[in-house]
Design a protein around this ligand. Structure first.
Ligand code: MUC
Ligand code: MG
Length: 375
């Protein structure tokens, strides 16, 4: 009986680097390859589960890097839960928090692998472990981040024509505000009437710059502005929100449920971007979502350019939310030159589909893992 022994027998972590189809530029970093830690948890019953910890440009998007994630999993997190029954997700969360502060991407990869292994053992999707499915597909946007408006308009055209994406998130803040506004004006004109545009400044502006630019963004028809000011500046974000007609989205300022509560109490955001790497796993993502829901803050399915492994895990967490009004951005598998799973996720009619099948619904391709593993 496969259900007999769910004890955690081994945990293996592998750093992989997968090239991207083009350079991806954020306000403070730029990547031509995505680096992940792939976690494989083997249970005593022989079943293996997988999870992924994504990073962006080393320890610059947040404080975790693939090197720190691997070191902390191997040295502290894996030993803390060795031998425990893999289905005690909350208890294991307590043990992981006792073994290491924060390290949310590392913890998230482990919890994902546990839910995958338990789901695969029981023959049920991870979404069922979290309360069951409300939706099996989610609208998915594409991010324009080369910084060159001509290239970006062309890229968007190709996505629209392929019926893959018609909402685009433009990464701003790497250039002067006026240069970004001119870039947005170009995109708005090129895609007029055929695309929705949102922007993400990744903390690049200060309050006065944001105050100056928000009316222009409104006039350009931008429908959402993500993290315009530094993560620490909740009061600044709240003041901007009171003066902005464009909704504001919290990203880097919301890792924990406590952070979410602080944003809610200050009225600092209209929407929050949910990410496994920030919240520390699927269970915590649902807790952050619950705090947002209680405050009337809208939910958006955020990413950190995950492969199909990480994207599938997010979809399992998102599938059971009562409302995911702002859609998601799990275009990650599409920006990689190759994927890490045997059957990549399905993108169709501007949606990404929840994979059918037990656990997180995808299977690791061991050849690909070896090919992209860091030597
Ligand atoms: C972020 O800050 O939202 C998500 C999409 C993208 O291009 O960058 C990430 C991180
Ligand atoms: Mg963001």
């Amino acid at each position: 009986d496969l259900r007999r022994d769910l004890a955690i027998a081994s945990i293996r972590s592998t750093i992989v680097d997968v090239p991207t189809v083009r350079r991806h530029k954020l306000s403070s970093l730029s990547v031509t390859a995505q680096s992940y830690v792939i976690v494989e948890v083997k249970l005593a019953n022989g079943v293996t589960g997988i999870g992924e910890a994504a990073t962006l440009g080393g320890p610059r998007w947040s404080e975790e890097s693939v090197e720190s994630i691997k070191a902390n999993i191997d040295t502290y997190l894996a030993p803390a839960i060795a031998g425990l029954p893999a289905d005690r997700f909350e208890l294991i969360g307590i043990q992981l928090d006792a073994a290491a502060k924060r390290n949310t991407a590392a913890k998230s990869a482990i919890e994902t692998a546990l839910m995958d292994a338990v789901g695969k053992t029981l023959g049920i999707p991870a979404a069922l472990l979290l309360g069951g499915v409300v939706r099996d597909r989610v609208p998915v946007l594409w991010t324009l981040a080369s910084g060159d408006p001509v290239q970006e308009a062309d890229e968007a055209e190709r996505k629209i024509a392929a019926r893959l994406h018609n909402t685009f998130k433009v990464k701003i803040g790497a250039q002067a505000p006026e240069t970004d506004l001119a870039r947005l004006r170009h995109l708005r004109k090129a895609l007029e009437g055929r695309a929705t545009l949102i922007v993400d400044a990744n903390q690049a502006w200060d309050e006065t710059t944001a105050l100056r630019c928000l009316p222009v963004l409104a006039e350009l028809g931008i429908t959402l502005v993500e993290q315009p000011v530094p993560a620490w500046d909740l009061d600044g974000l709240a003041r901007l929100r009171r003066r902005s007609t464009v909704p504001l989205m919290a990203d880097e300022c919301v890792f924990s449920a406590h952070d979410m509560l602080a944003v809610a109490q200050r009225g600092a955001a209209d929407v929050v971007s949910l990410k496994l790497v920030k919240h520390g796993g699927l269970l915590n993502t649902r807790k952050v979502a619950a705090v947002a829901e209680a405050a009337g803050i809208g939910l958006y399915g955020g990413c950190l350019l995950e492969s199909s492994v990480g994207a599938a895990a997010h979809l399992q967490a998102f599938a059971g939310l009562r409302s995911l009004a702002w859609g998601c951005e799990h275009f990650g598998p599409q920006i990689l030159t190759d994927d890490l799973v045997t059957e990549p996720l399905r993108f169709e009619d501007f949606h990404i589909h929840l994979p059918a099948g037990p656990g997180i619904g995808v299977t690791l391709d061991q050849d690909k893992l070896r090919r992209y593993a860091r030597a």
